[in-house]
Design a protein around this ligand. Structure first.
Ligand SMILES: [Zn+2]
Length: 144
């Protein structure tokens, strides 16, 4: 397969071709578990990144290929925005928990499972990354 452009050559963060938000690269394993059949058959080898912007239709992209979010399992059935894909905790769940001061228990649970190696971020989370950073982001947003 030939590719005219080579803008994704370097690892790490890159910009989404649609919304120009900073995106991080994803592993092939994550993509294979996220992209639905039969689109998962057309994943070409190469560097892909994930756009986490929920207002953007781009899911995974490389220099010459885009999988839109509606091709990804995480965005299929439920309309709620997930915070922790491994244990099915939505952003709304955690927001409510922050308001009712029960967030600490939920986060402790996730931290414990992560420590024990029982989380499945690489397969369940479309970004392929650990969700604990997103927990902290929500806590910060709640504090101010
Ligand atoms: Zn985007």
């Amino acid at each position: 397969m030939s590719c005219c452009c080579n803008t994704m050559a370097k690892k790490g963060s890159t910009l989404c071709p649609e919304c120009h938000q900073k995106c991080f690269s994803v592993s092939r394993q994550t993509m294979l578990h996220q992209v639905q059949f039969s689109d998962n058959q057309s994943i070409v080898t190469g560097d892909y990144a994930f756009c986490a912007n929920m207002d953007c239709h781009v899911g995974y992209f490389s220099a010459c290929h885009i999988f839109s979010k509606n091709k990804l399992r995480a965005f299929q059935s439920n309309q709620t925005t997930m915070l922790c894909h491994c244990f099915g905790i939505s952003k709304l769940d955690y927001k409510k928990a922050l308001q009712s001061n029960t967030a600490e228990t939920i986060k402790a649970f996730v931290v414990q499972q992560t420590k024990d190696g029982l989380c499945a971020c690489e397969s369940r989370n479309p970004s392929g990354r650990c969700c604990l950073a997103d927990f902290r982001q929500m806590e910060k947003a709640h504090d101010c």
